[in-house]
Ligand binder design. Structure first.
Ligand SMILES: [Zn+2]
Ligand SMILES: [Zn+2]
Length: 418
């Protein structure tokens, strides 16, 4: 027997309402801020990601699904959402549009990770990107939007963490300081951190090992190294967030996994869990366009994992609207009734009423049990007797009342309630 590949899962019919609900809330929110959907291919040129995300990041070093196609070209299944959006922005000359360009996406993401709860090899992401404006008010808009998404989904008990990681002007000297600080106590670091020290020192602040956390607590802080532009950007952002009454916490150890981030970075985490389980992450990426061959263009965005949102909705018992699979169920008993039921179902659908045709081999009682269990509001029952009398039985499932009606009257009644 075949199974879905490790770290992937099917989204079954009964799970779709939950998924659609989350997607609808996210899409409605994005549109309310003037963001428009962008769809990009599932795979891209491998270089887009290795240049964009950074050669020394975990994703590029260990987690990409890369393959050579039959023409010998190296392609990679999308491991994150931002680089493809930026590629599309450049390819389609979107710098000619009024700036900033606001776009959102909803798509599968592929990473070769060790599967565990909330971590998959294929997961789905909703993300937004605002490209072409460097002003900190845009950072505030993006963070406010991420926060509003959590509120719209009625998720509670979350923390919003923000930080700045400077830019290419001020970050290098901070990294030098960081390297100096860490190299003095390299023996106490975990193996991963020892390896990363010279290649990606910023990530050491992010290590989850107890000893490394302790060392990171006293590490030099970026705020002491910011250039005047970055400091000004940071202070303005905080002002805007205060003005919007967004409840954030500054966390100087928050860095993000990708090299393309500049200045603002942020995450939203469930309060009861560690940083591994963040449900939303984002930040500014003013250097990314240049990395992938465009002219300097600022940008900022965030991504949320749909699976993680759903895990949190379930954990917090957030009730979501559940709709019955149809408005009417047409039960039938006997051969003649079968054709009648087929035709009647068609008539109902032509009137815009979602209709499920009953099975041929189940008792009426079993069929009514099913109708009840999935909350279909009406059942129409057709048997030989009804055909002879040119009527049907309409059962209002909510009050359990049955009436004998002509087909026209039955359809009219269902239509009125629909
Ligand atoms: Zn470590
Ligand atoms: Zn700076």
């Amino acid at each position: 027997m075949y199974k879905a590949p490790r770290g992937t899962s099917d989204i079954l019919p009964h799970q779709q309402q939950q998924w659609n609900y989350v997607k609808d809330v996210a899409t409605t929110l994005a549109k309310s801020y003037g963001y428009q959907l962008l769809e990009t291919p599932i795979f891209e040129n491998t270089n887009l990601f290795s240049r964009g995300i950074g050669q020394t990041t975990d994703v590029v070093e260990k987690e990409m699904y890369s393959f050579e196609d039959r023409g010998g070209e190296s392609l990679t299944l999308r491991p994150e959402g931002t680089a493809p959006v930026c590629r599309a922005y450049l390819e389609h000359g979107m710098h000619n549009l009024p700036q900033p360009v606001r776009m959102f996406y909803l798509c599968p993401i592929f990473r070769y990770e060790r599967p565990q709860s909330g971590r998959y090899r294929e997961h789905h992401q909703f993300g937004v990107e605002c490209i072409g404006d460097i002003d900190p008010s845009i950072d505030a808009e993006i963070i406010a939007m991420a926060w509003a998404l959590m509120n719209s989904l009625k998720l509670t008990n979350l923390s919003l963490l923000i930080n700045t990681i400077g830019d290419s002007k001020c970050r290098p000297s901070y990294i030098e300081d960081l390297k100096l600080y860490y190299s003095e106590q390299i023996d106490k670091l975990c193996g991963d951190c020892q390896n990363r020290l010279n290649r990606n020192a910023l990530r050491l602040l992010d290590c989850k090992k107890t000893d490394c956390i302790r060392i990171a607590d006293s590490a030099p802080q970026i705020l002491d190294h910011l250039c005047s532009d970055c400091l000004d950007h940071w202070l303005q952002l905080r002002n805007h967030l205060d003005y919007l009454s967004i409840p954030y916490t500054v966390n100087q150890k928050l860095v993000r996994g990708f090299d393309y981030y500049t200045r603002t970075v942020f995450e939203i985490q469930p309060a009861e869990e560690g940083a591994q389980s963040n449900i939303c992450g984002g930040g500014r990426y003013d250097g990314l366009m240049e990395q992938i061959g465009g002219s300097p263009t600022p940008g900022i965005g965030f991504g949320v994992g749909i699976e993680r949102l759903i895990i949190n909705l379930e954990r917090q018992n957030v009730s979501i609207p559940i709709f019955p699979p149809a408005s009417v169920f047409v039960a039938h008993i006997g051969d003649e009734a079968k054709s009648m039921a087929l035709m009647l179902s068609q008539q109902l659908r032509n009137e815009g009423i979602d209709t499920i045709l009953g099975p041929t081999n189940r008792s009426l009682r079993a069929q009514m049990r099913y109708v009840n269990s999935v909350n279909i509001p009406f059942a129409i029952i057709v048997g030989d007797q009804e055909i002879q009398n040119d009527v049907v039985i309409l059962r209002d499932m909510t009050i359990g009342e049955q009436t004998e009606l002509t087909i026209e009257d039955a359809i009219a009644k269902v239509k009125k309630a629909n």
